[in-house]
Each structure stands twice: as C-alpha cells, then as structure tokens.
Ligand binder design. Structure first.
Ligand code: BTN
Length: 335
C-alpha cells in the first residue's frame, strides 16, 4: 500500500550506510530510472541525499517539518494503524472522509490526515478551527469485532495512546481529562471526536472512526480562537520547542495499534486501567458532573474496566458516569 516514494525514503532512513541503487531496485521491484526519479523529487523537496558512485545513496538530513504522506509512511512500522494513509492538503473534515472510505470498504486502520480542515468538527456540534501549518488533524477507522455497548471505550483507548505518544515525543506530562481531552499543565492540547456506524440491521458495529486534533506548534495563546484562549495550549508553548508533526503522528499511530490490540485482547480496559488512571486529570480531587438530569459534585476515583468514571458523591454514594451523557469539570477550572 505504500508508494515507491515512501518506500525509498524508508529504506534510506532505516539504513545508516549507503544504499545502492541496485538494492533499492531489488527491494522495491522498480527500475533504476524510477529510483533515480524519486531521489530527485525528494531532493527537490529539501531532503539532503548524498549520491556516491559505486556506493549509492545516503540520507544526510530531512528538511525541517515535512508533513506529507511519504514522510509519515516512511517513518511508520505498524502492522495496520495508518498503513492505508490518505493525506489531504485541505479537506472539510477528516471524520466524514474516513467514514466515506470505511463505507467503500477500506481496511481497519485506514487513516485520513489533513494539513487544513475547512469544516473541522468538535464535540456537541461545535466547530474545530483547523488552520494549516501548526496542528495534527487525523481520523482513524477501526472495524471492531465487539458489541456496540463497548464502543465508548474506543475514545479512552485513543486518548491513552495519544497522551502516551505526546509524552514520549515531548517529555511533557500529558494528562487525560476523561473521556475526550488531553491536557498539559491544566490546558487542553488535544480533542477527540469518535463516531460510530452501525450495520443496517442495527445490531453490530460496522466501523468506528476516531478523529483527533492536536495543537502542536502554536507559539502563543493568541493564535487560538478567543473563546478557547484561556483553556487551550500547544505542545510548543508548553515544551518551548518545535515538534515534528510527522514524528508525533508516527508515535500516535504506533501507540494506538499497541493500545487497541491490548484492549481487543480482553475487550475491556483491564490491561490498560493502571496506565490510564496514572494520567487521569483530577483523580482523587473534586469534580462537577454536568449531567443533563442535574449537576452534582463529588470526588473522582478512577475508571472502571468498562470505561465509566467513578465519582464518589458527598453523601457517600458511588456513581458510575457514562461517557457521552455528561461533561465533567474540575471544581476550580477546566481540569
Ligand atoms: C473536541 O474536543 O470537541 C473534539 C475535537 C476533534 C477534532 C478532530 S480534528 C480531526 C477530526 N476531524 C474533525 O473535524 N474533528 C476531529
């Protein structure tokens, strides 16, 4: 499913020494001319590739923050997550794109990435501002083999994978604001929007899509829409350094595959609960549960193996809060 371009880039990236033109032809089953053309294209894009006669090619340096299908695929070593990758410079929203590809039969793990979205969607019918250049916007398709009552756990699986990947790449302590947001230093860096499509008989999941938006290289809060300026931040603002979006996305997809497979093994969060709870923002502190049937406060105590938030109310009663129904806030702010 990879193109020759990303394959050639991957061969160069994974080899410390020179790779001969012949080796590239043999490995990829393409002609010398095809290899030569791709190498030239890559050079034009800013990849510094050294060519030495009788030795071959060597990747000396990749250009700054290249964010393209080839760059992402050449880094990716997953079995299924992101291997069928669509990359759009511009699209309305990657969630409907992913749903369309899934409906057309594209496989588990199909991923749609956009540089810019013109109709980015948030939860509760809100929009998600999606300008080019600084963020990661992507949606991954999964074809679960479980009953619809387990579907909401996919949001938690996604959040855990993304939070772990962020920490791995940036060193920042990434917390999860159950169930949909990832926070760093009390501010939101990631939003997740999961959607479900049922079979026509409405008894099985046909596929699910998990859409993820990460604020990556914004320099200051002024770059966010006014309504979220107080509560949003970016990985660059918090870490003080520029983050490669291709590297981050590769890490997220790799983590996603691992976390998803662990979830699939037991069809519960049993193997992931400890990892999840260690990142759960506001654990053992006060939360306000914005339940449409009536708000209440309590202490957040963790999650169950099926993904509900455990809240201990002031009257001693323990309530299990289901994702989807309600919003949870810290008592003294967003987290
Ligand atoms: C939220 O916090 O409200 C969820 C935001 C989800 C944004 C992502 S960006 C990629 C995907 N495409 C969309 O239109 N939305 C999700």
């Amino acid at each position: 499913m990879k193109t020759d371009r990303s394959d050639i880039l991957a061969c160069l990236r994974n080899s410390e020494d020179y790779v001969s033109g012949q080796q590239l032809c043999d490995r990829l089953g393409v002609s010398r001319t095809a290899v030569w053309k791709v190498i030239n294209q890559l050079k034009e894009e800013g990849y510094q590739i050294e060519s030495v006669s009788r030795k071959g090619y060597r990747l000396v340096e990749s250009p700054g923050d290249v964010y393209s299908r080839s760059e992402i695929l050449s880094r990716l070593h997953t079995k299924w997550a992101g291997q069928n990758l669509h990359f759009f410079e511009e699209t309305g929203s990657t969630n409907p794109d992913a749903k369309r590809f899934a409906e057309e039969g594209e496989p588990h793990g199909t991923t749609v990435v956009a540089e810019r979205q013109t109709a980015g969607r948030g939860r509760r019918g809100r929009s998600w501002e999606s300008p080019a250049g600084k963020s990661v916007y992507f949606t991954i398709v999964v074809r679960p083999k479980f009953a619809p009552d387990k579907a909401s756990m996919i949001t938690l699986v996604t959040a855990l994978a993304v939070a772990e990947a962020i920490q791995e790449v940036t060193g920042l302590q990434a917390g999860i604001k159950w169930p949909n947001d990832i926070v760093v230093n009390g501010k939101k860096v990631v939003g997740i929007l999961t959607e479900l499509s049922m079979t026509p008989e409405m008894n099985e999941i046909q596929f699910m899509v998990a859409g993820v938006g990460v604020n990556v290289n914004h320099e200051s809060a002024e770059e966010f829409p006014e309504e979220i300026r107080e509560t949003a931040t970016s990985l660059k603002i918090e870490s003080g350094r520029h983050i490669s979006r291709a590297e981050l996305l590769e890490r997220i997809l790799t983590r996603f595959e691992e976390v998803y497979e662990e979830f699939e093994r037991t069809l519960s969060l049993s193997g992931l609960k400890a990892r999840y709870e260690s990142r759960l923002a506001g654990k053992d502190s006060g939360v306000r549960v914005l339940d449409p049937a009536g708000e209440y406060t309590g202490i957040s105590r963790g999650i169950t193996e099926t993904g509900e938030l455990i809240v201990e109310r002031e009257n001693g009663e323990t309530v299990l809060v289901y994702a989807g129904e309600v919003s949870v806030r810290g008592l003294y702010g967003y987290v």
